[in-house]
Design a protein around this ligand. Structure first.
Ligand code: URA
Length: 231
């Protein structure tokens, strides 16, 4: 079952009034059938989505409509990590589908096209530090990022992409455990558990009309990431 199927199944249970869902421990594969390429822990995106369930681990569940788990290629070589869902994402259950999301899609596909790299949004994986919309789109509190971030970490461990692009300071802070701002972090490589991380500006920041310089820098960052991953 992929993540969308799991989500639909969970929504179906929710509509039936089911409040608690338990996951059976996975049955170990017989030695002869074990896939050597599978992650050692046996974790999967579907299992992570099941573990999230109808999450009430932090206060963000109070205002959400839909949990926004992540979307895209589950074997992506490149993962984008944002902050948390906004109104459009909360309504649709899909990350980066509002104005900032449209800009992100344009940036990914436009930069790839210009650089001669055959890549669409569907080829990458996109997710957030927190999976429920913070009220009024406020920045997630550190405890919310910490609680929900454990699921992000599991997603990244399962995918183990060739590179991660952190969009904005919430993603950068969580992944790099730093208090440094995006302006200082962007443009160079960092690491998350051995995976190269590029930090760049959040697309919402780039939508503000007076941030033209930042826009140019973000395109440079993205170019660097795309060449690193796909050349
Ligand atoms: N901003 C984010 O950080 N994530 C989304 O999914 C949408 C907007």
């Amino acid at each position: 079952m992929n993540a969308d199927e799991v989500r639909r199944r969970l929504e179906f249970y929710r509509d039936l009034g089911v409040k608690q869902i338990y996951r059976r421990a996975p049955r170990p594969a017989p030695a002869a059938e074990a896939d050597p390429a599978a992650p050692a822990s046996g974790d999967s995106l579907a299992a992570i989505r099941l573990d999230i369930g109808d999450c009430r681990r932090c206060r963000l569940h109070e205002g959400r409509s839909k949990i926004v788990f992540g979307s895209g290629n589950e074997q992506a070589r490149l993962v984008f990590v944002g902050e948390g869902p906004g109104a459009d994402e909360d309504a649709q259950g899909v990350p980066f589908v509002g104005r900032a999301g449209q800009l992100l899609t344009q940036m990914i596909e436009g930069t790839a096209r210009k650089e001669g790299i055959p890549l669409t949004r569907a080829d990458v994986y996109i997710c957030n530090v927190v999976k429920c919309r913070p009220p009024g789109n406020r920045t997630p509190e550190p405890d919310e990022a910490e609680i929900c971030g454990q699921f992000l970490s599991r997603q990244l461990e399962v995918i183990r992409p060739a590179a991660i692009c952190a969009l904005g300071s919430t993603a950068a802070k969580y992944l790099l455990n730093t208090r440094e701002g995006v302006t200082r972090l962007r443009g160079g490589w960092h690491q998350w558990r051995g995976i190269p991380v590029m930090v760049t500006y959040h697309p919402s920041y780039l939508l503000r009309p007076y941030n033209q310089n930042a826009k140019r820098e973000a395109w440079e960052d993205l170019k660097k990431v795309l060449h690193f991953v796909f050349d």
